[in-house]
Design a protein around this ligand. Structure first.
Ligand code: PHE
Length: 500
């Protein structure tokens, strides 16, 4: 390594270190001898010299202990064992039982651990009563040592200077101590560093940025440019980027488009007829209840052509012309006309089929759906579904499974399995599971639409359909334990999210 490519700070630092080749230079020593005020200059120059083999960096992690919140309290009010002991001494005999303790001014969370501490100090419990140890003085001196230890930590203290037994004792007690770690660096010159002649360490004017003025004449040709070190650590810039949910939607979209699918869209506000009846969901299905579905006051009802209503009615009651026997019972066209917020995007799929019953297609949609769920770690009343169909002559179950496996593999989850499931509108029906952290996670449903669904619309080709929760997938992709994290606008979290 030669002196070439040395920055001015590196030259200065090396020059100073050459004066003492065996010394481990501390930060302050280097700041002083180089006449710098910013420690970053030393760190950067030291880093550069070390990369070039001209100096070595020695790092020691230094652990410092200070008082935690409980420690501060103990310093003001006395240690818990001390306070308890004082209480015990002043209690009349016969009133030193556990019940007396719980009626005393001690907090509930103090009495349990407190008695444990007292026992550790030799207090015994006899016939339900706390008994003072014989050697009371020793106990008092132990407490005094503990208190002195806490006082020692008032302004922080390096771990090496602390009594190990006492430190271990207090580490086992909640909230009394906290520790911080700092890296202490020293720098030493290497043999190679010593070999650079001082004449080569003269600082020269270096050009840091290229400006139009600089290029106006030829002076730059003889100038020295400051070399860049692209390996240096730097701040992560805070820039605008898509929200992770939006980014994920874009990725899902890209994958389906790449697989030859086209996207469809639909309305949030729908009739129960299209959302449920058209999908052969029985009218007494629990998911239709008020407590599961958001029914609307406005529009409270939809006008649906009577032929359509009659068609649904006959299919539900006796199967109509489909060869099915239907659900039986009486079908209410009033129920079909009710307005609601769509509970799944399958409503848009079915409307697409109704409008294009005989045009083979591969379509998908990504959209918001609404269900009356209580919000918790894995549930939201508003979430997104990804869903789609393949309709073409010869479409079949293996094709559906392969398509789903391909989709998840493209998303980065190659291990997929399907299990038999049930939906009122598909037969056969299946559940899709993805292996994540060694466990199988259910991500969606799929199947082939039943004749009760497709025949009334006039579809002649089989329709493979699937639907899955996008937030579920997001939890997996972003490694989340709580689904709410996606929507609380936590800037700190958003900034650290990967670009998907
Ligand atoms: N609609 C189903 C749901 O909301 C998913 C599904 C779609 C299942 C298509 C089968 C076929 O969970």
């Amino acid at each position: 390594m030669s002196e070439e490519g040395l920055s001015n700070s590196e030259r200065r630092m090396l020059g100073k270190m050459q004066a003492d080749s065996v010394r481990q230079w501390s930060l302050n020593e280097l700041l002083k001898s180089c006449s710098w005020s910013d420690q970053a200059t030393v760190v950067t120059a030291g880093h550069g010299l070390s990369n070039k083999g001209l100096a070595t960096i020695n790092e020691v992690i230094n652990k410092t202990w200070t008082l935690g919140a409980e420690g501060e309290v103990a310093l003001t009010n006395g240690l818990l064992e001390d306070r308890l002991l004082k209480w015990l001494v002043t209690q009349p005999e016969g009133e030193r039982g556990m019940r007396d303790l719980s009626n005393s001014s001690f907090e509930k969370h103090e009495s349990g651990p407190g008695v444990g501490l007292l026992k550790g100090l030799g207090v015994t419990i006899q016939a339900g009563s706390l008994c003072l140890p014989e050697d009371f003085e020793t106990v008092e001196s132990v407490i005094a040592t503990r208190f002195a230890f806490l006082e020692q930590l008032r302004d922080g203290c390096e771990e090496l200077q602390l009594d190990t037994d006492l430190l271990n004792h207090f580490r086992g007690r909640k909230g009394l101590l906290v520790s911080t770690e700092a890296t202490i660096r020293t720098w030493q010159i290497t043999e190679e560093g010593c070999g650079i002649s001082s004449g080569n360490l003269a600082e020269v004017e270096q050009i840091i940025s290229i400006t139009p003025e600089l290029l106006a004449n030829d002076a730059w040709k003889s100038a020295e440019f400051k070399p860049y070190d692209v390996s240096l650590e730097s701040k992560t810039p805070i820039t605008g980027k898509s929200h992770p949910m939006q980014a994920l939607i874009e990725r899902v979209r890209a994958v389906f488009l790449e697989m030859g699918f086209s996207e469809i869209e639909g309305n949030f506000v729908q009739s129960a007829g299209w959302n449920m009846d058209a999908l052969f969901i029985p009218q007494d299905h629990p998911a239709r209840e008020m407590q599961d579905t958001f029914y609307l006051d406005n529009p409270a009802t939809f006008d649906i052509p009577s032929e359509r209503l009659e068609q649904w009615k006959s299919i539900h009651e006796d199967g109509g012309d489909t060869g099915s026997i239907g659900w039986g019972g009486a079908y209410s066209t009033d129920i079909s006309q009710k307005g609601l917020l769509r509970t799944h995007t399958t409503v848009n799929t079915i409307q697409h089929l109704a409008a294009n019953p005989n045009a083979p297609c591969r379509i998908f949609s990504v959209g918001r759906v609404f269900r009356k769920e209580s919000i918790d770690r894995t549930h939201l009343p508003e979430f997104h579904q990804i869903e789609g169909i393949i309709m073409e002559p010869g479409a079949n179950l293996p094709m559906l499974v392969t398509m789903l496996k391909t989709f998840y593999a493209k998303m980065g989850y190659p291990e997929v399995r399907v299990r038999p499931a049930y939906f009122p509108y598909t037969e056969p029906s299946l559940e899709v599971e993805v292996k994540w952290r060694g466990k199988w996670l259910e991500l969606g449903g799929a199947g082939i639409f039943r004749p009760e669904v497709t025949e009334p619309l006039g579809c002649s080709a089989p329709v493979c359909a699937w639907g899955m929760g996008l937030e579920r997938l997001a939890m997996l992709v972003l490694d989340l334990d709580d689904i709410r994290q996606l929507y609380i606008s936590d800037l700190e979290w958003l900034r650290t999210q990967p670009i998907l």
